[in-house]
Ligand binder design. Sequence first.
Ligand code: CA
Ligand code: CA
Length: 348
Amino acid sequence: MKDKGAALLITVMLIAAMTYLITELTYTSRVNISSTQNFVNRMKAYYLARSGVEAAKLLLSYDLEQDRENHKRLDYIAKWEENPLNQQSFDEVWSYFATDRPPIPLRDFGAVSLKIEDEESKINLNAINRGKASEKGLRDPEIRRFVSYLEKLGVDPDVAESFVFPLIDWIDYNDDPLPDGAESAYYLTLSPPYEARNSMLPHFSDLFMIKNSTIELMKKIAPYVTVYPKEKTKNFFLNVNTAPAKVLMYLSPDIDEEMADEIVQAREEGPFETMADFKDVLADVGLTEDEIRDIITFSSKYNLRVRLYSDTFSVRSTGFFSDSSVTIDTVLRRRGNNRFDVYYWSIH
Ligand SMILES: [Ca+2]
Ligand SMILES: [Ca+2]
């Protein structure tokens, strides 16, 4: 059965690739190839990149169907054999592409490289929009957690504290500045002038427009934060089955880097199948019952809740044909029945 699953997946990926290529080849056979060879090669690379995105969607859809059949939602990075066809189980097949893999050659048709990343393995900065910060300022526990986390990543405490309130103002829907914050009244004095976003961060690059953001700060946080999903919602989620150690430290000031590494090591034995599994490991690394309760209740009380699965993934797919290559970067939200919302789409 497992071999059948593997064969099916590979076939499906090839069909996805072929469908785009055939469409494209039919078109190019009708144009004057000799005068436009570079353009044609680039088109082929583009369609290969599109095929990669389609393949990623198929893998993510297949994974969700498996979870639903098993009545258990889980997403984690499975361990993979060198040759995925030797893999015993195709559980979490999308995660084969969660690490850097060489491009997949498609014989005379070029090659595709694919990377799938779980966006919910990172801290969603949009979750910090809570609208209560004005009363408590730095005494607000969520703000304290955020600032102390930035410090753990090596951000200067003054930089962290001076950035958090402008960040909240940038995202919150009103145009009234917090003490130490900044709203449109400030940004309109800049050259060129602009207004505060007053809405969810649509893209990481938005952070550069916020008062007191520095390149240094952005470099330090970039690998561990996300803005996806970005719609108005009560809850954002952090998948503790995929979050790297540097992100797990965000859960509590009581988790230092060494403990976070131990949590990741424990997870290598197999994913947390239940929240109880996760709590057991938190206890094993030395957290007290109270500290564990704090992590779980804190996360449910505030906006960024811990859970064991994900729905938002970024995909980078590059098509190679002759000496041309085209990359598509996209962020997709998995909705089931092969449906995806597209949060971001960029071709370069
Ligand atoms: Ca899964
Ligand atoms: Ca605002």
